[in-house]
Design a protein around this ligand. Structure first.
Ligand SMILES: C[S@@+](CC[C@H](N)C(=O)[O-])C[C@H]1O[C@@H](n2cnc3c(N)ncnc32)[C@H](O)[C@@H]1O
Length: 273
């Protein structure tokens, strides 16, 4: 029998839960992804069953569970390393009865028995080609396939009244990039909003992605600047070196790591809105 693979995970504490991760699996869920706590408290309160799409190690989902904002949790990611880390968290915290974890390309490997009250996600935020996706799986959504396939397939997993709230990057997209995907799949847009604001974005600010969306050229430049960094960070030794120290941990709590460019896009099954 092959020896079981043992990974030395790092731990981040959310309430009573100890969440296992590797820095190379963090796509922002430890920092700006934690904005979800206030968002779910403010918009929905405690829900029954939450699902985190593109979950990585499940920073967002486990944090919702730890803070009593959901009773049950399902996580899925295409990266087997992320799935292994999430399963380690389940075992370490004795959550087998409340949490399911799937390795899944979009929703393809999720069993039909899964039914959710809430879907959250901090998905890859930048458009790109297949090679860029291969090089930077946390950053690139090639041709918006990861979003399109999600909105196409999610309806059958939603309980009546369920909400989908995605966190998106206004430097890379505007909400209207996703509105058609939402509407053409029998879902309706409920709101587009920023964390910490009780009012939705409206009119031009909503249309223009809060007015801060970078024009095509600047967006391309930003992606070009971020890709080599992202590729370098896919070397887990380098990312561990950079991120797994007290200086980074301190810095990551500063507002610069939870920048204001993120917005939330909230949709529901059409009959529920
Ligand atoms: C921005 S990272 C977010 C990770 C984590 N949720 C967080 O907030 O730190 C995007 C995640 O999407 C996952 N992903 C990329 N392509 C995917 C696909 N086709 N199906 C499922 N997950 C995918 C990546 O492996 C990565 O974990």
């Amino acid at each position: 029998m092959p020896a079981a693979r043992v990974t030395n995970y790092y731990q981040v504490k959310y309430g009573p839960l100890s969440v296992s991760y590797l820095p190379v699996l963090d796509g922002g869920g430890m920092t700006f992804g934690q904005q979800y706590l206030d968002v779910i408290r403010q918009k929905l309160g405690r829900v029954g069953h939450a699902f985190e799409y593109c979950a990585g190690p499940g920073f967002i989902g486990f944090s919702l569970l730890a803070h009593g904002l959901c009773e049950r949790l399902t996580l899925a990611d295409i990266n087997p390393e992320a799935v292994r880390a999430a399963r380690d968290t389940v075992a370490r915290n004795g959550l087998q009865d409340r949490v399911a974890v799937y390795e899944s390309d979009c929703l393809d490997q999720i069993p039909a028995t899964e039914k959710w009250d809430l879907v959250v996600s901090n998905p890859p935020h930048f458009d790109g080609d297949q090679q860029e996706y291969k090089d930077a799986i946390r950053l690139i959504d090639p041709g918006w396939e990861i979003h399109k396939r999600f909105y196409r397939d999610v309806k059958k997993f939603l309980k009546p009244g369920a909400s989908i709230i995605f966190q998106e990057n206004a430097h890379a997209t505007r909400s209207e990039d996703f509105e058609q995907m939402i509407r053409e799949n029998g879902l309706s847009l409920v709101d587009v909003f920023e964390a910490g604001s009780s009012q939705g974005l409206s009119g031009d600010r909503r249309k223009n992605g809060k007015g801060r969306v970078l024009p095509g050229l600047a967006q391309g430049l930003m992606k070009r600047a971020m890709l080599p960094v992202e590729q370098a960070l896919m070397n887990s030794r380098l990312e561990r070196f950079l991120k797994d120290n007290d200086v980074y941990r301190k810095l990551s709590t500063l507002p610069i790591f939870t920048p204001k460019q993120f917005y939330f896009i909230w949709s529901k099954a059409q009959n529920d809105a």
